[in-house]
Design a protein around this ligand. Structure first.
Ligand SMILES: [Co+2]
Length: 288
């Protein structure tokens, strides 16, 4: 990594964290999820970034991977715990960040669990810390509030145009001795739940990803190897139905299912992107 790349990571992070603030201001009871997602996309583009993946607005027992589809009738309800998880890239360099929003005001403790876990990692992170120790901080922080982390969801290393690569960062002490070091960019995302601490993959959440750039060159040109939204296909192509049908029928296209807590417990999530450069830790998505 060089200073120019760091600068792109930082710019992406700044846009992503202001997009979170913007998202918080427009997520209201009764509002259509699709409209919120479209407005967040427009906000990101107006600031000079590109969405790195479709805005996730997963609710309650959905931990991740629900993004509104095209003509989606889902609305925000007064019992929702919304996980606003979004990504921005500059020239392929990604910022990935998430917060939880409690529409009822009754779930503050659950939200505090994932928030404190992330803050405790940020406070203790240094080059050389092991994945095991990061996971231990996360699990302990969440257990303190009498909740469980989600054991089969992890943070992830980032690379240019690649959202999940290299090391995975478990939300519990896994025994892994791998360490974080200079030149790495990664997202840490603690999830807390009052369920059993496991997710399973449910129905399609309107997020797709090309596994082979050669099969859909015109789609690859727009979204590269990053996840993309059904909404974007409708916005970006003149015959979206045709392309959607081909994408949905292709074995070389990944169709992400909504990740639902196995016992339908409520789930909260907080996430930041970290970059280590010249022994310094940058939390790119932390607004200062
Ligand atoms: Co992430």
């Amino acid at each position: 990594m060089d200073a120019e790349i760091l600068e792109k990571y930082l710019r992406a992070g700044k846009i992503a964290s202001s997009a979170i603030e913007y998202g918080k201001s427009i997520i209201k009871v009764g509002e259509r999820a699709e409209k919120i997602a479209d407005e967040i996309d427009s906000f990101i583009i107006s600031k000079g970034g590109k969405p790195a993946f479709p805005v996730n607005l997963s609710r309650n027992d959905e931990a991740a991977h629900y993004s509104p589809g095209f003509n989606d009738d889902r609305r925000i309800s007064n019992n929702d715990i919304i996980k606003l998880d979004l990504g921005v890239h500059i020239d392929g360099y990604i910022a990935d960040t998430a917060i939880s929003i409690d529409m009822s005001g009754k779930n503050e403790k659950l939200l505090n669990a994932s928030r404190h876990a992330l803050e405790n990692v940020a406070r203790n992170l240094r080059p050389g810390i092991t994945l095991n120790d990061i996971g231990e901080i996360i699990e302990n922080s969440i257990n303190f509030f009498n909740y469980k982390p989600i054991y089969n969801l992890t943070g992830h290393q980032l690379d240019r145009y690649i959202l999940h690569t290299g090391m995975s960062f478990p939300n519990y002490p896994s025994g892994e001795k791998d360490i974080v070091k200079n030149g790495m960019a990664f997202a840490i995302e603690p999830f807390a739940t009052d369920g059993m601490g496991l997710i399973k993959e449910g129905k399609f959440g309107n997020i797709l990803m090309l596994m082979d750039e050669k099969e859909f060159p015109e789609v690859y040109e727009k979204y590269h190897s990053l996840p993309f939204s059904v909404r974007w296909v409708y916005r970006d192509f003149s015959q979206p139905e045709k392309i959607m049908e081909k994408l949905m029928n292709s074995r070389k296209v990944k169709k992400f299912g909504i990740l639902v807590e196995k016992k339908h417990g409520n789930v909260s999530q907080h996430e930041h992107t970290f970059v280590i450069f010249n022994d310094r830790i940058y939390i790119t998505t932390l607004l200062k």
